[in-house]
Each structure stands twice: as structure tokens, then as C-alpha cells.
Design a protein around this ligand. Structure first.
Ligand code: PEP
Ligand code: MN
Length: 396
């Protein structure tokens, strides 16, 4: 089943930021056609359930915990990595849930988080310039021309890796006495990949991107007249949008009109990252404008991306106290406006990595287990400290 070309393919006529320069268009088209013939990773009915659950957050009746790697890797498709990520997210949900009367929804940045927007097109090391690493779905992290050249075969590997990950997640989340509901999400960056996994149901007239239950649009690709926003506007999945510190009320109101024209609770999740220093001054204007628009969105705090610093050791890092303070600021803003602080969105690992400082990790420790493929993640202990902090904010 295919959608009418005019609407479903409209995104192709618009500028798409942060797309790889695939060297061989014919090879890309072949992969995309093959992906299109593959079975969906999730069902449209599951996306509807995810959306219904998010509607409960939008109404102030639940809390959302969305978490996982900044960038998953193909090498990370292991039982250890997948189960430790799931375990820490479920532990965090229990910590938050036990202290509040609110159900906690769990969404992973998992089973598809393989593509990254990068601030620089190229990376220079030792006088050599190569294309930047854009996530395992595009190229390899190794600093060689061969690895860094975008390879469309990687899109197939991204599908297969997502499928294997999802298979284990489904098994793990249903094996206990009380099965848990766990949804998948990732940034819908690579539009060729996302559209290959999108299907149109002539019966309902709806399109779903069946690569994940929820997808989000990144801060760097949320241009109103850009391809990503247009693409997402045609879908029935729940949609997230990241909002960095330069977001204006006007931008956000127009995004709300484009992505949630019918004002449906659960449709739109706004994931704001402002930075600890400015969350209290920048967020209120945006929240009050959106609340005044009649939209019932899910408000989420991403306390990671606005608090990234480069340590003296050269490592990109984040300090846990700053992360916790942004979450505090987020709660303060919503409490003062009477809106619901709906959730947190964090980059974490279930392992004892040393990528963020605080909670016992110092700058001198960063080199011990600095394993991220992109941004620094909270480790298991730091993640649980964040959960305790959220629980305390709920009680206060
Ligand atoms: C991310 O979530 O890893 C990311 C790139 O975020 P943003 O789009 O908000 O910069
Ligand atoms: Mn990141």
C-alpha cells in the first residue's frame, strides 16, 4: 500500500538538514527498496497505544522516562548491553513510581538510535580531514577514509540491529511475573530510512513510521519549512521535538500548529534542553505560550544536552549536579505555571562507564571507561541518583 504521492512525498521537495552524502545513489535506492519490502519493526496498533499512554502524561496523570544511549552501535547489539540498559531504565522507573502516585511510562532511546546530526561535516586529526562520524547507520567511527565514507548497506544493518534489539527487549519485558510495557524511540534523522519503513493504511487513511513506536525530531532538524517536520506531520505516531535554548515562542507555536493541528493529547512531546543556567528564565515563556494555544503536549526535560562541557582532559562531559539542577528548574517552572512536569529524557548506560562527572566520578576518572560513540552518558549509579532526585521533586 502506498500513500498518495502528493502528501506522503512532499518532504522530498524540501531541504533536509544533516543527511549523509551517499556516494552511490543507485546503491542507496536499492537498499531503500529492499528496506521497504521488510516487515515493520513495530505495529501501528502499538504506536496508537504509545500515543494513548502519552496522552495520560499530557493530562498530568503519568510521568515519562525516556532514556538510552546517545548513539547505539552495531557492536552494542549484545545481550549484556541491551539487558543492562533495560534494567537501569526499569529500576529508575521503580524509584520514581514508588514515590509518587503516578504511573511511569518507559520509552527507550533504543532499537533504532543509530544516526546522529553533527555540528561539523568533517573531522581533522593529525592534519588529515575526513567526513565526521554520523552514527553506525551511516558510517564507521574508525578514523579512516574507508570507514568514514557513508555506506547505504549500513541502513540494512541498522534495521537488522534494531530488529534483534527489539526482539530481546520484547522477550525481557514480558518474562517477569508482571510484564512491563516498554516502548522504543529514536531520532528520525535519516529520512530515506524512515520513509522506507513508513506504511500507509488505506483503511484508516493513516501513515505510520513503523521503525519505532515514537520518533522525535532533533534540535538541528526542526526547521518549520524543512523536510523532517513535513515528514513527521504526515505520520500518526506520537512525535517528539527537541527544543534547545535558542527556541522562541513563535517557533514552538508554529511547530505545534504543524505537528498537532487537532490538539490531540499524546500526539506531541516537547523535549526541552535549556541548560542549567537558563532553564528558569527561558522555559516559562515557551510553556505558557504552548499552554495558551490549546495544545495538550507532554513536557519533557532533557537535562543532558544543555550541560555539555569539555573537561581539561579533552573529554566531552556533563556534570551530574548541573544535570540535576536543570531537572529542578524544569519542575520549578511547571509548578509555577500550573503545568505538568511530564518527564525526563536522558542519555545513560546501564554499565559503570565514566563519561559524566559527579556522583563519585571526577575529571581524572573520565578516561577509565569512556565508551560512548557520541555524547557522554550517565552510568548506572548516576542514573539512579537522577531517579532519586526526580522522586524527591515529585514529593516536594
Ligand atoms: C540527541 O538527543 O542526541 C541530540 C542530538 O539531541 P538534539 O537534537 O536535541 O541536539
Ligand atoms: Mn546526544
Amino acid at each position: 500500500m502506498t500513500a498518495p504521492v502528493a502528501t506522503a512525498e512532499l518532504w522530498r521537495t524540501l531541504p533536509a538538514a544533516h543527511q549523509p552524502h551517499w556516494p552511490d545513489a543507485a546503491a542507496l535506492n536499492e537498499v531503500v527498496a529492499e528496506l521497504h519490502s521488510y516487515p515493520p519493526l513495530v505495529l501501528a496498533s502499538e504506536c496508537d497505544i504509545a500515543r494513548d499512554r502519552l496522552a495520560t502524561v499530557a493530562r498530568g496523570e503519568a510521568f515519562l522516562l525516556q532514556a538510552g544511549d546517545c548513539a547505539e552501535t552495531f557492536a552494542g547489539v549484545t545481550v549484556d548491553r541491551i539487558s543492562s540498559t533495560l534494567r537501569v531504565i526499569l529500576q529508575m522507573a521503580r524509584v520514581v513510581g514508588d514515590s509518587t502516585s503516578l504511573p511511569v511510562l518507559t520509552f527507550g532511546r533504543i532499537a533504532g538510535q543509530y544516526a546522529k546530526p553533527r555540528s561539523e561535516h568533517t573531522e581533522i586529526r593529525g592534519g588529515i580531514t575526513l567526513p565526521s562520524y554520523r552514527g553506525d547507520a551511516v558510517n564507521g567511527a574508525e578514523f579512516t577514509l574507508d570507514a568514514r565514507t557513508p555506506d547505504p548497506a549500513r541502513l540494512k544493518q541498522a534495521y537488522l540491529s534494531s530488529s534483534a534489539t527489539l526482539n530481546l527487549l520484547r522477550a525481557l519485558s514480558s518474562e517477569h511475573v508482571r510484564p512491563v510495557e516498554f516502548f522504543t524511540s529514536h531520532e528520525a534523522l535519516l529520512l530515506e530510512y524512515e520513509s522506507a519503513l513508513t506504511s500507509f493504511d488505506a483503511g484508516t487513511g493513516k501513515s505510520y513510521d513503523l521503525s519505532a513506536h515514537m520518533i522525535w525530531i532533533g534540535e538541528r532538524t526542526r526547521q518549520l519549512d524543512g523536510a523532517h517536520v513535513e515528514f513527521a506531520s504526515q505520520l500518526s505516531n506520537p512525535i517528539g521535538v527537541k527544543l534547545g535554548p535558542t527556541s522562541t515562542r513563535e517557533d514552538v507555536l508554529r511547530l505545534v500548529d504543524k505537528l498537532d493541528p487537532r490538539r490531540e493529547p499524546g500526539r506531541l512531546t516537547l523535549i526541552a534542553w535549556m541548560g542549567t543556567g537558563v532553564v528558569r528564565s527561558r522555559l516559562p515563556g515557551i510553556v505558557s505560550a504552548v499552554e495558551g494555544s490549546g495544545a495538550q503536549v507532554v513536557w519533557v526535560c532533557d537535562p543532558m544536552h544543555g550541560n555539555t562541557v569539555v573537561a581539561e582532559s579533552g573529554h566531552k562531559t556533563r556534570d551530574l549536579p548541573a544535570v540535576l539542577d536543570e531537572v529542578s528548574g524544569f519542575f520549578e517552572v511547571h509548578r509555577s505555571l500550573g503545568s505538568h512536569p511530564g518527564g525526563v529524557h536522558v542519555e545513560l548506560s546501564g554499565d559503570d562507564v565514566t563519561e559524566c562527572t559527579g556522583g563519585g566520578i571526577t575529571v581524572a576518572d573520565l578516561h577509565h571507561r569512556y565508551e560512548t560513540a557520541c555524547d557522554p552518558r550517565l552510568n548506572r549509579r548516576q542514573s539512579l541518583q537522577l531517579a532519586v532526585h526526580v522522586a524527591e521533586l515529585h514529593r516536594s
